[in-house]
Design a protein around this ligand. Structure first.
Ligand code: PMV
Length: 388
């Protein structure tokens, strides 16, 4: 059973701690620019509010991050989900038009769908229960490939939360947005680590580590429901990047729902915990070294760590022939390193490239079957907080 998230100010003493704690623990990162604000909600003049959210890539540490090891994730500011909200006519309720999915529905007719549930829970977070729900039309569109390890679901959810808050004339902190989206991620995936909602809500490169050990999941009958509603105050830190670097993203074109490989890894871990704990430890060590070399600007060392991470992900059983083909092709063409990114079994891989090998690696990826190859320059979009 899941509990609704309520605003810290609405919460009873016992419940308030998580929301409040999220705020204080995340203060370091909570320096994102204020969200688009809108005039107070008024039905007199129909209004449109627009918001968006970035895609993301996990640079290293996926899967092990579910089990308490650190991971590094990056926002992809140029690839985004967009949400427009228009005032609806009185009594029309809330409707959603998901353009890319060619779906149009009324929240009241699909109350258990993940997007409908997100909208309902966000409205109950933003508004006093005594205020009737507003009449709204949401239009969702996205250039993020679905089920490909680029955080499509979390980005759509984040854009919805931002747009609803802006339309109702409220500002939410990145920590609040992240918490609301985490609840939505749970409806899709069951056992998310919280890394996707965090990197997308803060929209800056992050070091992320759960502070529980990841053993309790929504699948566990014995799990205490209140402890799995939110990532229990994960450690979230800005990452220092001494030298900007270029990543190529190769898409296999194979859709893979996150919960399938994540569920399979959990079954394997349950069957052979010693082996999987050792693999997760090795991934954790790679991620720790990656943070160090990012700070030093040592890109060849970073490349080698990314390739090591791919080998460990193969051993965990989440790669696929297509991913291995793309990773191998990138490495053979001179990439500094390459790995799958995200949950695996499909989706995307990334290759770290130097300026002189970029074109050759991109061509090799296409030749090896990539359905699309895109490029992203990784830099610190904003200076890290002073005391990071
Ligand atoms: O949703 P994806 O494909 O980006 O994968 C998320 C990363 C995992 O570590 C595999 C799962 C998680 O919740 O952290």
């Amino acid at each position: 059973m899941r509990q609704q998230i309520s605003r810290p100010s609405d919460q009873g003493k016992g419940q308030a701690s998580d929301g409040e704690q999220g705020r204080s623990d995340d203060q370091e990162l909570d320096k994102t620019p204020p969200l688009t604000s809108a005039p107070p909600h008024s039905l007199a003049s129909p209004r449109r509010t627009s918001s968006s959210a970035a895609a993301k890539l996990i640079l290293c540490g996926e899967h092990a991050v579910v089990y308490g090891r650190p991971a590094i994730a990056l926002p992809l500011a140029d690839i985004r989900a967009h949400v427009d909200i228009d005032d609806g006519s009185s009594g029309s309720g809330i409707s959603v038009h998901a353009r890319d999915l060619r779906r149009h529905w009324r929240v009241g007719d699909d109350p258990h769908g993940p997007i409908s549930q997100l909208i309902t829970s966000v409205l109950s977070y933003l508004q006093d229960q005594s205020i009737p729900a507003p009449d709204l039309g949401l239009t969702v569109s996205s250039t993020i490939p679905i089920a490909s390890g680029m955080g499509s679901g979390a980005a759509v959810a984040t854009a919805i939360v931002r747009a609803l808050a802006a339309h109702l004339g409220q500002e939410l902190t990145s920590a609040e947005i992240s918490t609301l989206v985490y609840a939505s991620e749970q409806r899709f995936h069951g056992t998310p680590s919280g890394i996707d909602n965090t990197v997308i809500a803060y929209e800056q490169p992050i070091w992320f580590q759960r502070t529980d050990d990841g053993r309790q999941t929504t699948d566990d009958e014995s799990a205490d429901p209140s402890s799995v509603l939110r990532p229990p105050s994960p450690l979230i830190e800005p990452i220092e990047i001494a030298s900007p670097f270029t990543l190529l993203i190769g898409e296999t074109g194979v859709r893979s729902a996150t919960r399938l490989p994540v569920g399979e890894v959990r079954r394997r871990w349950q069957a052979d915990p010693a082996r999987y704990e050792a693999l997760f430890d090795q991934i954790g060590a790679v991620v720790t070294q990656a943070r160090m070399v990012l700070k030093q600007g040592d890109l060849p060392a970073l490349g080698s760590l990314l390739s090591q991470n791919h080998t460990l992900l193969q051993q965990i059983g989440v790669s696929s022939p297509q991913l291995d083909a793309l990773v191998g092709a990138a490495q053979a063409a001179g990439a500094l390193g390459a790995k799958l990114s995200g949950a695996g079994w499909g989706g995307v891989m990334l290759a770290l490239v130097a300026p002189d090998t970029r074109a050759r690696v991109a061509a090799a990826l296409s030749q090896a079957g990539a359905k699309r190859v895109s490029e992203t320059e990784v830099n610190l979009s904003r200076p890290a907080p002073a005391n990071s």
